[in-house]
Design a protein around this ligand. Structure first.
Ligand SMILES: Nc1nc2c(ncn2[C@@H]2O[C@H](COP(=O)(O)OP(=O)(O)OP(=O)(O)O)[C@@H](O)[C@H]2O)c(=O)[nH]1
Length: 295
């Protein structure tokens, strides 16, 4: 079975699942493609000898450092380094990887990108999902980037420059699982076209206060006083709600103030409606929890 994983076909080397802790010394340096996935490599010392490499698979190892030696792989087109423990990518490597098109660095521990990654002008596919990134501004200026994956990071913003129509080649941008504020996650879910439209609208109407909308959810047990509070806020004075007027399902209404439009979602408190609540309760909302203190 070992032999099926340790193969050389022409200039392609298959060394996956060999429990390797370092690069094998006898590996021929003229290799064009090396597959070392699913080993136990912590470092890739000696990789600079493989200057003919066009494809390198180091995924699913235990690599902690993105080796400085990688800068010698100037023919590299495809790089898999996903599912490792990489925290930092040093500066001064990506500008040398002029041919690099396809990069998978997902599922690592990257908190930061090197500021010169945008000098790696051939990148068309970049997977950075499942890291700890707070900022992807270094990607601004990647001229050929078509597919970008940044799900499950710590991003609060996507840089608008990435989506500017004049120089944007992006067709895919996946960003779910981030604490995004700009654009909101719901916009990102619509893909590149929706993100572009969002930034365009902000640019055209930077002071559009009427666009500020707050979803406001009234939650609490049955007869806690949700509808009473909701209607009183809407009317601007105390309003009595008769018991026979109990909410069924959800009642949606609006309250306009000078700057903000509130969408009130008044949920029925009876248990039989609980089943449907999770469909409508979203994390990006103001939640008013109503409690009857006399009970
Ligand atoms: N005394 C008093 N009664 C209140 C107050 N708020 C609500 N009520 C009464 O409590 C009852 C229930 O109020 P609702 O506002 O319908 O309660 P809810 O939480 O919306 O109830 P559900 O629609 O069943 O979920 C009504 O008869 C209200 O008039 C309050 O502050 N004081």
């Amino acid at each position: 079975r070992g032999n099926t994983h340790l193969k050389q076909i022409s200039n392609l080397f298959f060394l996956f699942r060999q429990k390797l802790k370092s690069l094998p010394r006898d590996l021929l340096t003229h290799a064009r493609s090396v597959d070392l996935q699913r080993n136990k490599l912590k470092r890739v010392i000696g990789i600079s000898r493989f200057t003919h490499l066009t494809e390198l698979n180091l995924s699913r190892n235990k690599i902690m450092e993105f080796s400085q030696e990688m800068c010698y792989l100037d023919k590299l087109e495809i790089l898999y380094m996903n599912q490792n423990n990489i925290r930092v990518i040093p500066e001064g490597i990506f500008p040398h990887l002029k041919m690099l098109k396809f990069v998978k660095l997902n599922t690592n521990r990257l908190a930061k990108l090197p500021s010169d990654i945008n000098q790696c002008a051939s990148i068309t596919y970049l997977d950075l999902s499942r890291n700890c990134l707070q900022n992807i501004e270094p990607l601004i200026g990647l001229p050929k980037l078509k597919e970008l994956f940044v799900e499950r990071n710590r991003l609060t913003e996507l840089p608008f420059q990435l989506f500017q129509a004049s120089n944007c080649e992006l067709t895919v941008c996946e960003a779910k699982g981030n604490p995004l504020r700009c654009p909101p996650e719901e916009v990102c879910a619509g893909g590149v076209v929706d993100i572009q439209s969002y930034f365009r609208q902000i640019k055209e109407n930077p002071n559009t206060c009427s666009a500020w909308t707050v979803k406001t959810m009234f939650l609490g047990s049955s007869m806690a006083g949700k509808s009473t509070l909701c209607r009183s806020l809407r009317e601007g004075k105390p309003v009595v709600v008769a018991v026979k007027d109990r909410t069924e399902g959800i009642e949606i209404s609006q309250l306009y103030t000078q700057k903000v439009r509130f969408f009130f979602w008044d949920f029925a408190g009876q248990e039989e409606y609980y089943l449907t609540h999770h469909v409508f309760i979203t994390s990006r909302a103001l939640v008013i929890l109503t409690v009857d203190l006399s009970r």
